[in-house]
Unconditional design. Structure first.
Length: 280
């Protein structure tokens, strides 16, 4: 059972209500939670401490927030609920790059997790991943061979990292690596956690083709640890919410940019693909 399921099942009804409300609001004063849930300060502090211990919320002064910060990521439960349509569109376009017989690496990101359904339809296929949830989701597919990377388990990411993970993947040869980032500032991709960055770098370093999956809300933001320059990726895939000026800046810098459409007027099988002409 992966961390996302365990987190959900471990929560009482009251704590689930508190978490859902914080996720909806983004940031909520403790006093507001006291009134909304008719709790004593002792009870709310106990609930908030339990939710914080699971990595589901964090305290920022007088406010409680589920939002990731530049130094700390949100839990996988929180991230899995954000930009769902955008991630699904990006994942579907990314999966269209995969061919039968390929060996592909996928990181711990919730965007890569969205690729599972499409990848299960490609046969045969070998998937290398440090994501426990993704491995479990694809493990029951008879046409997909899953290689799970061990190491130190992180409940926040529902994934493995550390020396064992890095050494394991560096012993392999991979056709394509699909990784995500927490932020893109200028022409550089960032993440909040150095150990997770090293796991992503190990996947990238062993792949013939590197693909960055990043939804549009992450552009023009930053995080603590540098992952890679965008020029290190063969393709960058985002959604059509990206600022047109930013997209043009990326193309002018030589970045191969593919944009998945999530517009309601566009069918699920339709994507807009933008990239810099080969002669430029």
């Amino acid at each position: 059972m992966n961390a996302m399921l365990m987190e959900g099942q471990a929560l009482s009804g009251r704590r689930r209500g508190i978490l859902d409300y914080v996720m909806e609001q983004g940031a909520v004063p403790v006093g507001e939670l006291l009134k909304r849930f008719s709790l004593s300060r002792t009870s709310i502090n106990r609930d908030l401490l339990a939710l914080s211990a699971q990595g589901l919320i964090r305290r920022n002064g007088a406010n409680i927030t589920a939002l990731p910060s530049v130094s700390a990521p949100g839990s996988i439960l929180y991230r899995s609920r954000q930009e769902v349509a955008q991630k699904q569109a990006i994942a579907k376009l990314a999966a269209s790059m995969v061919s039968p017989g390929d060996t592909v690496a996928l990181d711990d990101s919730t965007t890569a997790l969205c690729m599972a359904e499409s990848l299960s339809e490609i046969a045969p296929l070998t998937v290398v991943t440090n994501s426990l949830g993704l491995g479990m989701r694809l493990g029951s597919c008879e046409t997909v061979s899953v290689i799970g990377l061990g190491g130190n388990y992180s409940p926040t990411f529902d994934a493995f990292a550390g020396m064992v993970c890095e050494q394991s993947v560096r012993a392999m040869r991979i056709d394509m690596a699909f990784v995500s980032a927490a932020a893109v500032h200028g022409l550089t991709a960032y993440h909040q956690v150095e150990e997770i960055v090293r796991a992503k770098r190990a996947l990238m370093d062993t792949a013939d083709c590197r693909v960055l999956l990043v939804d549009s809300r992450k552009f023009d933001t930053s995080a603590m640890s540098r992952l890679a320059m965008l020029s290190e990726f063969d393709v960058v895939i985002t959604d059509d919410g990206i600022d047109p000026d930013y997209a043009e800046m990326l193309r002018d810098a030589g970045v191969t940019l593919r944009i998945a459409s999530v517009s309601p007027s566009v069918s699920d099988d339709s994507f807009t693909v933008e990239q810099r002409p080969p002669h430029e």
